[in-house]
Design a binder for this molecule. Structure first.
Ligand code: 3PG
Length: 210
């Protein structure tokens, strides 16, 4: 009902979870990732300038899909929609946030980490969910266990995803993408090390396709 998976290119299922403190980093960061083969990005609201970063990335006019992450309150939805976010992600879900996301019309990926939370989100119409924090909550095993229980749900795990496990997650039927800071760690963004981000991005795209 609020599909995010349909925004994701079939061969570009890696979503960098970005923490950007300086809006001037927006353009070179997007370029470093897009030229590495990344086609979808999540700019988190962990910094106050998140919406500005989204706006500046969208203004570049690339075909990359730019969304907003770490949405925890319904009143954050309007500002990211104004900035041009094409989807939203939350680490967890409340009734107010679910209702706000539904009313906003923004494709939305709510965070869940237990079977009950997965059902709670499904009752609000969310059939695509972020499984977070994946590494701490059971990782691949959790995803495999819930598949026969909830065959109508699809997940994007984040939390502890890396080049060592991305392809294992992506091989599962009920996974539509994986996300994480590993695709552009905050330290490298702060250091403006676009070359390393680009090089590592290419390696991650290759590792995910293994
Ligand atoms: C998220 O919000 O999705 C996580 O912070 C990503 O987790 P990671 O930092 O382990 O990639």
């Amino acid at each position: 009902q609020y599909p995010v998976a349909s925004l994701i290119a079939p061969h570009a299922k890696l979503i960098p979870v970005l923490h950007v403190e300086d809006p001037d980093r927006a353009e070179p960061l997007l370029e470093a990732l897009v030229s590495a083969g990344i086609k979808i990005l999540e700019v988190t609201l962990r910094s106050a300038c998140g919406p500005e970063v989204i706006k500046r990335m969208r203004a570049l006019g690339t075909d990359a899909i730019v969304g907003a992450g770490t949405i925890t309150k319904p009143d954050q939805l309007a500002s990211v929609i104004d900035a041009g976010a094409e989807f939203g992600v939350s680490p967890a879900l409340t009734p107010a946030l679910a209702e706000g996301a539904r009313l906003s019309g923004l494709p939305f990926l709510p965070g869940v980490c237990t079977p009950s939370e997965a059902l709670f989100a499904r009752e609000f119409g969310f059939f695509e969910q972020k499984f977070f924090p994946a590494d701490l909550m059971g990782g691949l095993g959790w995803i495999k266990h819930v598949d026969p229980l909830f065959p109508d749900l699809k997940f994007c795990p984040t939390g502890g995803i890396s080049d060592d496990n991305s392809s294992q997650y992506l091989a599962l039927r009920n996974i539509f993408a994986v996300g994480g800071a590993f695709l552009a760690p905050r330290e490298l963004i702060e250091a403006a090390d676009w070359q390393t981000i680009h090089k590592r991005g290419k390696m991650s795209v290759a590792a995910a396709a293994r």
